[in-house]
Structures are given as structure tokens and as C-alpha cells.
Design a protein around this ligand. Structure first.
Ligand code: AMP
Ligand code: ZN
Length: 460
């Protein structure tokens, strides 16, 4: 099945044609592990999960690499403030990051390399760029001369008049009007970790990390590269400049960027008090599947305005659909056959998904199924219509993973809540508490069975 996606480079929606048969090689910019992920970051990772599950559903194999940036300005600064080793800081937040990933049912990438373990590949690329005169040394650091790369600016549509070759920029994140020669290797400074190389002692700039890891694990050319829109410039622009001049040709076929998440219509920031982590939302009592559905429910090319009201609405949607499914199980059989309409709506759900991940329309078709069934009244539907509805929801849930579609024996709400609490404790690695709750549930006559991304409650 063909899948179309918006390519930032060409500014067009294009059909994805993999380089190798039906294997898609995908590189996703990963987290910089200096703090807890915020819900903006998590929206991006949920989008990448949606993209990957869509490609898998369309019949492709996916090999995904996602880097862990475990050395950069922010990590070093925070570790120095806390007077701890930068590696210790990075390890701590990496662990929290993967906990969040699991909680949101995001598929693990096939490979998650760490920047600090990939220095030899970075050295290989920088050495070649130095040798070919594209990079130059200055005051112990190495810079990329953007004047040597005629296509610089092609991803972010930078006006060539804005370029300032010769002006060297030392920081990793900067604005378009500072677009000068960017740093590949930062000369050693006091209180900073360093590595020894032929071109000097120091540490890598941020952009070279991703060029090196994608080259090492996906080769000279691969299919998809993802990131949030803030990474288009300078991170991905610089990555293209490095990789293309190192390899001598185009290295990425489809550049895919997801839009930002706002909170109450504003940019999220700690100073505005509108900054949330996943833990904050859990502490407010929201279930994780409501968070996942909320992130999934906006198109990736539109900003998602996060509000608590919106999160409550997602929670209600899940409750309503779960109840609808249970009513489906317990309803009597009638004569009205709507199988064909269901098949058609199910097909449309996936047609929209494969068309530039148009999930807003897919979800609308899903709700159409519920409305159609309710309008006819469930007792009037044929048994086969109802099994078609269930099958459709099972397929939708392979992508969404937010509904409970098992026929439930009537499980009291307090038992459900306890089981949820235990699941969350497990996700937080509080196994002692999780076991305590399990024992309590056993004593009350219920058995919990853990699945990969979920759990089932049964009466003993
Ligand atoms: P970082 O850990 O800061 O490198 O960010 C990890 C990912 O989250 C990157 O792909 C960013 O583009 C993305 N990101 C950062 N802030 C937001 C936001 N407010 N909304 C959506 N994505 C974001
Ligand atoms: Zn990156």
C-alpha cells in the first residue's frame, strides 16, 4: 500500500518510495537528556510512533534509528551546576525518557545509539571535511565553511543574502539571521569533558552527532529523517551540509517535521507556569491513554493546542468508545445488516492515514461507525455487522492503542482503579507497590494479566 508524506525539502506531499524493496530506513532525532521530557517533546515522539505504525500497517518493514544526545552544552552546564558527572546526569534522564516512551506505548526504535559512543565516526567525517577544505580550524575548534556548499539553506529556504560565511558561530542553537560557519568540533574548555583527536582535543558540536549516527547505522542514503519543526534550522540544515559534502550526494529522501505543541495557546515555558511533564498529568489523575489519544488527534502539520479541557475530552472519548464496545458484546441480534457500510468506513480510516497521516479524518470515520451503529440501535444489528465493527476497532487500535476492546466481565470501578494504579507503579518501576496492589487484588478475587502495552483484569 502506498503512503504519502509531506517532504519539507520539496514542500510537497510525496509518495514514499523506499530505496530497498519494502524496507524503510528512518532516522529520528532523539532527546537531549538533561531534564524530564515535556509534553511538547512527547507529542513529537507520539507522532513518530504513529508514522512508524502507519508504515508497518501499510506492509513495510521499518528500521528506525533514534539518537540519544548525551553530550551537549545544556547537559554539561546542568551537570556542572549540580556538581555531578555529565554522564550520570544523562543516564538518569535517559532512563526517565524511556519510561515515558513505554507509558505512551511508543514503539522502541531498532537502534538507539549514544553520541558519546560514536566519536570515531564524527572524527571520520570532520577529518574528511577538513581534508577537502570545507572545514577549517580556528582557535582550537573546527568550523564548517558554509560558503563552500552551494546548496546551503535549501531545507529551511534561507535567502542566500542572509548567509555570513566566515563568521563562526560557536553555539549549537541559533536563529536564521546568525547563519554563519557552524561549529563541528569545540575546542577544550575548562570544566568540560573532552576527547582526543588528530585535529585537536575537545568535544563534538550537536549537528555532527546526527550526521555520524545516521551514516553509521543507516548508510550513505536512507529514506526518512524526522524531527520537530524547530530542528529544520539550524540542526537539519547543518546536517544536510555535513552529510552531503561527506558522502558526495543526497543522503535523505524525505524530511518529515511535526509541528509544535502549545499550552493554552502559548509557547510552553517554565516561567509562564504552563509547562507539563507526563508525570504532572498523571498526578492530576489523567490516564495515559487519554494523553496518547490527545497527542494523536491533531494533524502533525498543525500546532496542537493542549488544554486540560481537551485532555478531559479525550478521556471521555475513550470511555464512550469502551462502553460502546461493551454494549456491542451484550446486545441481542437483529436483522439489519450494515456490514458494507462498516467495511467502507474502515477502508476510509486507513486511506486517510496513508494519505499524509491524515488522522483527523481517520478518527472522524471511526466516530461515523459508532454513530451509524447507535442510530440503528445495537439490538437491531446482525451478528455479522457487529463482528465487523469489532474487527474494525481492533485494527484501529493496532495504531491508536487507547481502547479496551476485550469483553469485560463486570469489573467494579474500584477494582479498575486499583489495577490502573498498579500498572502506573510498574511503569514507574515501583515494583514493591505494584506487588502490594496485586496481592490486594488477588485477595479481592481478581487476577491481573500483563500484556506488552496493557493489562487485563479477570475474576478468579
Ligand atoms: P530535544 O530533547 O530538546 O532535542 O527535543 C526532542 C524533540 O522534541 C525534537 O524533535 C524537538 O523538535 C521536539 N520539540 C521540542 N519542543 C517541542 C514542542 N513544544 N512541541 C513539539 N515538539 C517539540
Ligand atoms: Zn538530530
Amino acid at each position: 500500500m502506498e503512503v504519502k508524506i509531506y517532504n519539507t525539502l520539496t514542500e510537497k506531499v510525496e509518495e514514499i518510495k523506499p530505496i530497498e524493496d519494502n524496507l524503510i530506513k528512518m532516522y529520528s532525532c532523539g532527546p537531549t537528556v538533561y531534564d524530564f521530557a515535556h509534553i511538547g517533546n512527547l507529542r513529537y515522539f507520539v507522532f513518530v510512533d504513529l508514522l512508524k505504525r502507519t508504515l508497518l500497517k501499510a506492509g513495510y518493514k521499518v528500521f528506525q534509528v533514534m539518537n540519544i544526545t548525551d553530550i551537549d552544552d545544556k547537559i554539561i552546564q546542568r551537570a556542572n551546576e549540580r556538581k555531578i558527572d555529565y554522564k550520570e546526569l544523562a543516564k538518569t534522564y535517559e532512563k526517565y525518557f524511556f519510561d515515558d516512551i513505554k507509558k505512551l506505548k511508543i514503539l522502541m526504535p531498532e537502534k538507539t545509539p549514544h553520541a558519546t559512543e560514536e566519536i570515531p565516526t564524527m572524527v571520520e567525517i570532520i577529518s574528511k571535511l577538513l581534508k577537502s577544505g570545507i572545514a577549517y580550524k580556528k582557535a582550537g575548534s573546527v568550523y564548517y565553511n558554509i560558503g563552500k556548499y552551494a546548496e546551503y539553506g535549501k531545507l529551511s529556504k534561507l535567502d542566500r543574502r542572509e548567509l555570513r560565511p566566515g563568521a563562526s558561530v560557536d553555539i549549537d542553537s541559533y536563529e536564521k539571521d546568525n547563519s554563519g560557519d557552524f561549529v563541528l568540533w569545540k575546542g577544550k574548555k575548562e570544566n568540560e569533558p573532552f576527547f582526543e583527536t588528530d585535529f585537536g582535543v575537545g568535544r563534538p558540536g550537536w549537528h555532527i552527532e546526527c550526521s555520524a549516527m545516521s551514516y553509521r547505522y543507516l548508510g550513505e542514503q536512507f529514506d526518512i529523517h524526522t524531527g520537530g519543526v524547530d530542528l529544520i534550522f539550524p540542526h537539519h540544515e547543518n546536517e544536510i551540509a555535513q552529510s552531503e559534502m561527506f558522502c558526495g550526494h543526497k543522503t535523505v529522501n524525505y524530511w518529515v517535521h511535526s509541528e509544535h505543541l502549545l499550552v493554552d495557546g502559548k509557547k510552553m515555558s517554565k516561567s509562564l507556569g504552563n509547562f507539563y511533564t507526563l508525570k504532572d498529568l498523571q498526578e492530576k489523575g489523567f490516564p495515559l491513554n487519554a494523553v496518547r489519544l490527545l497527542f494523536l488527534s491533531a494533524h502533525y502539520k498543525t500546532q496542537l493546542n493542549f488544554t486540560i479541557k481537551g485532555l478531559k475530552a479525550s478521556e471521555n472519548t475513550i470511555k464512550n468508545i469502551n462502553e460502546f464496545i461493551q454494549r456491542l458484546y451484550s446486545s441481542g441480534d437483529g436483522k439489519k445488516d450494515i456490514s458494507e457500510s462498516i467495511a467502507h468506513l474502515k477502508e476510509e480510516f486507513f486511506t486517510h492515514l496513508f494519505n499524509n497521516i491524515d488522522i483527523v479524518k481517520s478518527l472522524a470515520r471511526m466516530h461515523d461507525i459508532v454513530n451509524l451503529a447507535n442510530k440503528t440501535e445495537l439490538d437491531n444489528l446482525t451478528r455479522s455487522s457487529k463482528s465487523k465493527i469489532l474487527d474494525a476497532f481492533k485494527e484501529f487500535n493496532e495504531i491508536l492503542l487507547v481502547f479496551n476492546l476485550e469483553k469485560s466481565e463486570i469489573i467494579p470501578q474500584e477494582i479498575r482503579s486499583l489495577a490502573e494504579e498498579r500498572w502506573n507503579a510498574r511503569q514507574d518501576r515501583d515494583f514493591e507497590r505494584a506487588d502490594d496492589i496485586r496481592n490486594k487484588l488477588t485477595a479481592l478475587g481478581y487476577i491481573i494479566e500483563d500484556k506488552k502495552d496493557d493489562f487485563i483484569i479477570r475474576k478468579k
